[in-house]
Design a protein around this ligand. Structure first.
Ligand code: PLP
Length: 384
């Protein structure tokens, strides 16, 4: 039997996009040098500031998340700068390489995948490197389903020698608690296609006043990701220096409206309840989470494959027979785990459909699963 349902996009990005957001893109084109654009862009930036919880500058880059991450590196790091970064997965490893390419002297706090460096290990690294210029951290390591839970404590360390604090929040901002100003974060980047539930292509970067001054005084030898240009255009005319992805900005703004209507606190609670239901339901079914319990992410759930379970067949069946999309592992974890996104538009329906589709797929592949999984997840979802 063929089914023609839309996909349920339980990927760790891109994610399900509300109909309202998709529709907002289907409109006439406007001039990006016009009052119409200024109205759209200023509104978008002001709403983005609420998500970052900052009064500082936010630039909505027309780029994927990697573009914003690269901008956070090339505009901040000078040759020889000492930078501390915890490395525990593909994205933090990639970011540490980018820092090296930018000429930084990179101090990696490497921990096994599925675990985080502890706050004490980070503190020790600061104690041993008094000349550190910046601390970079991938808040949510999407490749392993771990999330750092002490972002609020780093300020005490960076304040000691006035070093910069940079957060890659690509796969989590909008789904978990974040207070840029209160937590003393200098730069935070994110991606529209993850917990913000907009289409891919817009990647906002928030920059503190201190970091903005530093970026203007130290422009990178790049053209497109030269942040000083973006600041100048915004400060002078409220425009962007280059042609922005206008339809995607409409979509991103609509997604921000939806977030603000729901309320950020309600949204965070919803993500926590849904991830709890996914972890509990899938564990009851017989699947074990990859990440250590104290490091587990509330927006990406990585699960170990059962003995002999083939990644391609499992995800292929889930997609073809049940129209549910989940991601495989990559890098070191290829074929060993699969990852379920719990981001943005995730409600009871998404959780229950995902759990029952996974159970049925495993059943079709000859694995016996515990039927209590459904009930366990349902019970958790009652908290919503
Ligand atoms: N950083 C993190 C933590 C991510 O999860 C991702 C993508 O999944 C990126 C950076 C790169 O984003 P993009 O694929 O949009 O370039």
């Amino acid at each position: 039997m063929e089914i023609y349902l839309e996909y349920l996009v339980m990927l760790p990005g891109p994610t399900n996009v509300p109909e309202r957001v998709t529709r907002s893109m289907f409109t006439h084109m406007i001039n990006h040098r016009s009052k119409d654009f200024v109205k759209l862009y200023v509104d978008t930036i002001e709403k983005s500031q609420k998500i970052f919880d900052t009064t500082s500058d936010v630039v909505a880059l027309s780029a994927s998340g990697t573009g914003a991450v690269e901008a956070s590196v090339v505009n901040m790091v000078k040759k020889g700068d000492k930078v501390i970064i915890p490395v525990n997965g593909e994205f933090s490893s990639r970011l540490s390489t980018m820092l090296e390419w930018a000429g930084a002297n990179v101090i990696r706090l490497t921990t096994p995948f599925g675990q985080n460096a502890t706050f004490d290990q980070v503190k020790e690294a600061f104690d041993n490197n008094k000349d550190v210029k910046a601390f970079y951290v991938v808040w949510n390591e999407t490749s392993t389903g771990t999330m750092v839970k002490y972002l609020d404590k780093i300020k005490d360390l960076t304040a000691r020698n006035d070093s910069f604090y940079v957060v890659d929040g690509v796969s989590i901002l909008g789904g978990e608690e974040f207070h840029m100003d209160k937590w003393g974060v200098d730069v935070c980047v994110t991606g529209a296609q993850k917990a913000l539930a907009a289409p891919p292509g817009i990647s906002p970067i928030a920059v503190s006043q201190k970091a903005k001054k530093h970026m203007i005084a130290n422009p990178p030898p790049t053209f497109y990701f030269n942040m000083a240009r973006y600041f100048k255009y915004y400060d002078d005319t409220k425009e962007t220096p280059f042609t922005p992805a206008i339809p995607l900005l409409y979509a991103y703004r609509e997604a921000l409206d939806i977030i603000l209507e729901e309320g950020i606190e309600n949204r965070i609670r919803r993500h926590r309840v849904c991830s709890d239901a996914l972890y509990s339901g899938l564990s009851t079914m017989g699947l074990s989470p990859f990440a250590k319990e104290d490091a587990r992410s509330t927006v990406v759930i990585a699960l170990n494959y059962l003995q002999g379970l083939d990644d391609k067949t499992f995800r292929g069946t889930l997609s073809e027979k049940f129209r549910v999309l989940v991601a495989g592992g990559f890098g070191e974890l290829k074929g060993k785990v699969f990852r379920v996104g719990c981001m943005g538009e995730v409600h009871k329906y998404h959780v229950m459909r995902t759990i029952s589709a996974i159970a049925s797929t495993l059943d079709m592949m000859g694995y016996k699963t515990n039927p209590d999984a459904i009930k366990v997840a349902e019970d958790k979802l009652r908290a919503l």
